[in-house]
Structures are given as C-alpha cells and as structure tokens.
Design a protein around this ligand. Structure first.
Ligand code: PLP
Length: 452
C-alpha cells in the first residue's frame, strides 16, 4: 500500500495538490495514488521502486513500449528542426502535410482530407462541427442530431461527452439536446430470454431504424460508432451487427463515422476496426496509437465525399473557422509518421496477429473461473466480466466493485489492468510475446483467486 499520510511523500503531495480525474475515490483513499517515475519495455516503475507489467498500454496508446528509440529519435530530430507550429492562416509545418498524406494512404479512402487535433475528444467534436457546417452550407440546417450508442465512449468535451453513452455524464447535465443513444449490441448482457444472436442483431437494426424514423431521418447528421466498444468494457458487436445496421443508415442517408481512437492502428488485428468488421465509413476518428502515445495527437480523416463537401462548405464562407493552437503540431506529426512506420511496416501489427490466438485462448479460459461471467475480445483487446452468479449472469453490487478489487489485487501482483464496470480489461502493448502474456494472465488468475 502506498503512503498518502506520510508527510512530504509523493503520495501526500499528490493527494494535496492533484484533482484526480476518472479515479475511484474509495480506492484512492484506501490505497493512495501510485506515482510513476519511468517505463521500460512493457513495464512501469513507481517512486517506491516497484515494477508493474502494464496490461493497459498506458491508456490503450503506448503500444510499442515505453522506451522505443525510433520514436524518441524522431521526436528529438523534429524538435531540433522545428519544435512547434499551428496550422492556421494558410501556414503549416511540412511534417503535418506529410502525416496527412500518410494517413490518407493507410486509410480505406482513395482520396481525403485530414484535420489534426490534440486528442480523440477534440477529433469527435471537430467531426460533429464539420457535419453541422456542411449541412448548413448545403441548406439543411435541421440535420444536426447525432446518434451514438449506449455504453459507447467518445470523449469528455461537452460534445464528445454528449456522444458518450455512459450514465456518469448526467452529473454534468449531459447529453446536450440532439444527442441520441441507440442500443448497445452486447448479446451476452442484453440478449433476451430465448433470443438467438441473429434475432438479437436483427432487433438492434430494427430499433435503430425505429429511432431514426421517430426522430425524422432528415434531422440526423451522423452515426458514430467504435468498431469494438473500448471504454464500455471491450464489447465486440454481436455477430452480423455492422452488416445489419449499415443498410439502415444508407437507406436514410446517414453517414457512418468510425471512431477508431482505440481500434485504429492494429488493436483488432487489422489497421482499422472498420476493416475487421466490414464497415464502410465516411470518415475515421484516430488518436492514441497514432503516436504510440508519445505525443498528444488526434485526427479526423475525411473520406472522398466528405472531403469534397467539407471543402465546398468552407469555400462558401471562405474559411473553416475552427482549430487548436497545436493542430498539426510538427513534433506530434513527426512521432505519428514514425509510429505508423513502426506499427505497419516494422512488424508490430504482424505481431498482434501472431499472438492474438494465444491471448484469446488464455482469455477465454478465464470464463471458467468461479468469478468468470463472459470472456470476450478480439485482436489484442479483451475483458473478463465477473458475475455474482454464473447461471443468471447476476452482477455484483457494492460500493467497491469486485472488478475494482480484482484490479487492486493485480496491482499487488505487479500487474496494471483496468476495472471497467463489472469487467476487468486487458489491452497489452503490441510488443508482447507468449512469455509476457503468460505472466500477465498468471498474475490476473492469482488476483482472481484472492478475490473469489
Ligand atoms: N473515442 C474513443 C473510442 C476513445 O476510447 C477515447 C478515449 O479513450 C476517445 C474517443 C477520447 O480520446 P481522448 O481521451 O484522447 O480525448
């Protein structure tokens, strides 16, 4: 246990001065904060000298380990040459042009346009503003509503939090009007008694169509989805889900924006989650692994049709009045270029494909644990949902959730993993091998036994 009450300790200083976000306060008060000093390979080290295998990849982003020399060199070289710039007033860094080109090259689009942000939340906000601007420019100002899904995660800014389908946003009085949430396609949890997976999927598509018709298709600007819900607890869609809903959206002329902040650049075993699930997106939202987490960077990648429409909308008012001081930051873009090279050309994605079957085998075996409800995942992202009673899938209740207790027991074993609702989530770095996967799962199993 850390020592938040020892005067002048790192923990006490953190408790006194830091407003911690997304932190379970009962756990924080019980265990104190963990103050990290550095990382090496897949491991992190804290002020007490303890080391942890990071099964979180930082926050899904540090997929190449904490000390990748190529990324550090790219960062240093760019910093020496041109350390900062924006992308306004017709001026931009050469490196941001290069990364835009590269992103279109690796995207599913033949042509396109890229807009840079600092984060995934800002990229989703930007995409929503683009939809609103395009529709207004085209004389359809009423086409403003955004559909996402219950349990989805799209960020924390006022718009992206409104898109997020998590109940905690009620504490902010969100969602804003016009943000609608369709069903979460999680068959294991939401399938009805006697309903087959195919019937469940058909119901998801039917309900989406009913929502669109109820609201009026002409009022809906876009549908955003993560190919696999990440922060919702790693929820791959029910079988056939995207095949079933895409025709519904097409029928009503509603664009599909694939939020690939987590899935993009290899997490599902393909470059894009859209590729894994046969999604034909109109635009892609990217961040996280885009820089292997070494620099903050988000991107909106507009596909062919959107690129044209957006350019026309901006030409009409002679400007796209939007952007961040660090949009197209040259150091972030240099790191992005290197990260894409490492993941796609130097074998990291290939490694995900190679080790995923072993990852899934060990993950699936956890469902047999007395606490195990559903083990689910794809590529190198997985979750074990724990249950109080297996047969009825009854969730646990209580102030400190069982998943939180499991994650704490993992910390005691030197493993960082994440409790999300009733699930424990694993999204290890892409540089894992079978030995490291064994260490990760063995530690998790020990933690599960301790809590059971
Ligand atoms: N979209 C998805 C799917 C995410 O998982 C996240 C963050 O986890 C975001 C958007 C928001 O990204 P950021 O935290 O960089 O604002």
């Amino acid at each position: 246990m850390n020592k938040p009450h020892e005067p002048n300790s790192w923990e006490a200083r953190a408790m006194a001065n830091v407003m911690a976000g997304f932190t379970d306060f009962p756990t924080l008060h019980e265990r104190g904060p963990m103050i990290l000093t550095h990382g090496k390979g897949v491991r992190l080290y804290d002020t007490a000298g303890r080391d942890y295998l990071d099964a979180n990849s930082g926050l899904w982003n540090v997929v190449c380990g904490w000390d990748h020399e190529g990324l550090i060199e790219a960062m240093v070289a760019q910093t020496r040459r041109f350390p900062a710039y924006h992308a306004f007033f017709g001026r931009m860094a050469d490196t941001s042009v290069e990364l835009s080109e590269k992103l279109i090259e690796v995207s599913p689009f033949a042509t396109g346009r890229v807009f840079f942000t600092n984060s995934g939340s800002e990229a989703n906000d930007t995409m929503v503003k683009m939809l609103w601007m395009m529709n207004r420019a085209e004389g359809k100002p009423e086409r403003r509503k955004i559909i996402t899904r219950i349990n989805s995660y799209h960020g924390v800014t006022a718009v992206s939090a409104s898109m997020t389908g998590k109940p905690y946003n009620e504490h902010f009085g969100l969602p804003l009007p016009g943000f609608l949430h369709a069903d979460c396609p999680h068959y294991w949890r939401f399938g009805e008694e006697g309903e087959s997976e195919a019937e469940f999927t058909a119901r998801m598509a039917r309900n989406l169509e009913e929502l669109i018709e109820r609201e009026g298709p002409e009022t809906i600007a876009g549908f955003f989805a993560e190919p696999v819900m990440g922060a919702g607890g790693v929820i791959p869609p029910s079988k056939g889900y995207f095949e079933a809903i895409q025709p519904v959206l097409k029928r009503h002329g509603i664009p599909f924006i694939s939020d690939e902040v987590i899935c993009g650049f290899g997490r599902t075993g393909a470059v894009w989650g859209a590729e894994t699930y046969g999604i034909e997106p109109d635009a892609i939202i990217a961040s996280k692994a885009l820089t292997c987490g070494f620099m903050p960077l988000g991107a909106v990648i507009l596909g062919d049709a959107f690129a044209e429409r957006m350019q026309a909308a901006a030409e009409k008012i002679e400007e796209f009045p939007h952007g961040f001081t660090s949009s197209g930051h040259p150091v972030a873009c240099a790191v992005g270029l290197k990260a894409i090279e490492i993941i796609l050309e130097e074998g990291l994605l290939a490694n995900v494909r190679m080790i995923s079957p072993y990852f899934m085998k060990r993950l699936n075996a956890l469902a047999d644990h007395p606490l195990g409800g559903e083990a689910r995942g794809i590529g190198l992202m997985g979750a074990l949902e724990v249950v109080a009673e297996k047969a009825t899938k009854t969730p646990f209740d209580g102030a400190l959730s069982v998943s939180e207790r499991i994650a704490n027991a993992c910390l005691d074993q030197g493993l960082i993993c994440r409790p999300l609702g009733q699930a424990v989530v694993l999204c290890p770095p892409f540089i894992m091998d079978e030995t490291l996967l064994d260490e990760m799962f063995d530690k998790l199993e020990t933690a599960l036994d301790k809590v059971a």
